[in-house]
Ligand binder design. Structure first.
Ligand SMILES: Cc1cc2nc3c(=O)[nH]c(=O)nc-3n(C[C@H](O)[C@H](O)[C@H](O)COP(=O)(O)OP(=O)(O)OC[C@H]3O[C@@H](n4cnc5c(N)ncnc54)[C@H](O)[C@@H]3O)c2cc1C
Length: 440
């Protein structure tokens, strides 16, 4: 492998990617395997976490239907195999004059500082830091809701969900009355719908493992949506099918209902409606992380996304690119930006891998054209709904297989076909031998 020490190769073009998620990790891997391997550029990935888990799996982590520790990837190990460098750190600023990314001091989570503020020089910078939930300033949301933005929050939800079962189990020794569990999910986009269905599935699985104190019929899951229909970003047919399936499961679907405040014991909606809830999840809307707002004088929009042109270069600095959920790109002739989805991040990583090569060779940069391959929404282990190519509606096990294949395609992009096949085999074996739910 080529030695990438900058002091040995001072003129090597340095591409720094900040954010190793659905888009950034695929891009770092592609560039490492090409420019990094051939010694044509130094590729550096920076992420605030040590490990990667594909974000669309987070609702399954929250429900305990997958074990996040089995599906995660360690950045250091992956980088060393794929000819790029990994730096652990959280970007807090960009110094455009010095062409440096500023990383905040790194602590070990117990306020011990492991590394002071650091700066990483770049020739080309790609910002791929994703998005966080947008609570639109709703009173009590931050204090009382869980946001499924990253693995620690999904793990926290899973622990709290399990704790409520364990508490009910303990209570049932002295109290013979039926035990209830109320869960409210605010926002019925793909995340909210998928989580509701996954929790319904988990509630029916738990009694198989002896956690019988809460009858699955007493697990009340309420999905609250401000728009007229659930999955408002998808075609109406998909919304109607998904709503019908959720209702069949006994999930309480409330549409055209605006949440005005969240209290420790429930949700307050307009019309003076109170929905009692032990567990509350906020999944309505996204925004780019707050630190991006007007960062380094770059153009950002009202939800903090960096505004980019067709080559995904930021509008005010051609050396800085942005991709995925943290970027806003409105194609010519359209009025709305392309949506924040994993398939967009994937397609942009493919484009940017080409762009970086073109940039090194002084060639014009290709333009991004989003090909919407449709959207699939998981309704738990055996069912999904969605539409393909805009107008083909799919449902059931076929849709579920297509949904699962999206994750496998992400694995192929970062591990290649052979390792993905090995991982699939390992998953099949461990899921057939171990419990279907994470119970710790
Ligand atoms: C529960 C859930 C289900 C979803 N389901 C689907 C689906 O079915 N289909 C679909 O298309 N999309 C789905 N999405 C959306 C999809 O996950 C995102 O669109 C996609 O992950 C965006 O990719 P990204 O690379 O922009 O960001 P991400 O994948 O979010 O990655 C961002 C990365 O940046 C890192 N980071 C953040 N801040 C910093 C910082 N300051 N410094 C350094 N690193 C930082 C993070 O640690 C993370 O690794 C779902 C999302 C959720 C939450």
């Amino acid at each position: 492998m080529k030695q990438l020490n900058p002091s040995v190769q001072p003129h090597l073009h340095r591409i720094v990617i900040v954010g190793g998620g659905a888009g950034g990790l695929e891009l770092a891997t592609r560039l490492g395997q090409s420019l990094g391997k051939r010694g044509q550029a130094q590729v550096i990935l920076i992420d605030a976490a040590l490990t990667h888990i594909w974000k669309p799996l987070l609702h399954e982590v929250a429900a305990g239907t997958i074990n996040s520790y089995e599906d995660e990837l360690n950045y250091f190990a992956h980088a060393s195999k794929h000819h790029f460098e990994f730096h652990l750190g959280r970007m807090c600023d960009i110094d455009r004059e010095q062409k440096q990314v500023v990383l905040e001091p790194l602590s070990n989570g117990e306020s011990v500082v492991i590394a002071p503020e650091r700066r990483v020089r770049y020739d080309t910078l790609v910002v791929a830091v994703g998005s966080t939930s947008n609570d639109f300033g709703t009173a009590g949301a931050r204090e009382n809701c869980i946001f499924l933005d990253a693995r620690p929050q999904a793990d926290r939800f899973q622990r709290e969900f399990l704790s409520l079962y364990l508490q009910a189990q303990a209570r049932s020794l002295s109290d013979q009355n039926p035990q209830f569990l109320n869960i409210a999910i605010i926002g019925a986009g793909a995340t909210g719908v998928e989580l509701a269905a996954e929790l319904h599935h988990a509630a029916h699985e738990l009694p198989r493992y002896g956690l019988t104190s809460i009858d699955p019929r007493n697990v009340n899951i309420t999905l609250i949506e401000a728009a007229e229909r659930i999955l408002p970003g998808l075609p109406p047919q998909t919304s109607h099918t998904a709503e019908r399936e959720l209702k069949k499961m006994g999930i309480n679907v409330m549409t055209s209902r605006r949440v005005v405040a969240i209290s420790p014991d429930g949700i307050e909606c307009d019309g003076d409606i109170h929905i009692p809830a032990n567990l509350k999840v906020w999944s309505a809307g996204i925004k780019a992380p707050d630190f991006l707002k007007n960062i380094a004088g770059l153009e950002t929009n009202r939800i903090n996304q960096l505004v980019v042109g067709p080559s995904l270069q930021t509008t005010l600095d051609a050396d800085i690119f942005a991709m995925g959920d943290c970027a806003s790109y409105i194609p010519e002739g359209e009025t709305r930006p392309i949506p924040p989805r994993a398939q967009v991040a994937n397609q942009q990583s493919i484009l940017l891998a080409k762009s970086m090569k073109a940039r090194l060779n002084g060639q014009p940069l290709p333009h991004f054209k989003f090909t919407d391959k449709g959207s699939l929404v998981s309704l738990s282990q055996k069912n999904s709904v969605g539409n393909l190519m805009g107008d083909i509606n799919v449902q059931g096990i076929i849709a579920r297989l297509m949904y699962v294949s999206l994750y496998r395609l992400h694995q192929v992009a970062i591990h290649g076909f052979f390792k993905t096949a090995v991982l699939m085999t390992k998953d099949l074996l461990s899921r057939s031998s171990g419990p279907r739910l994470k119970l710790h």
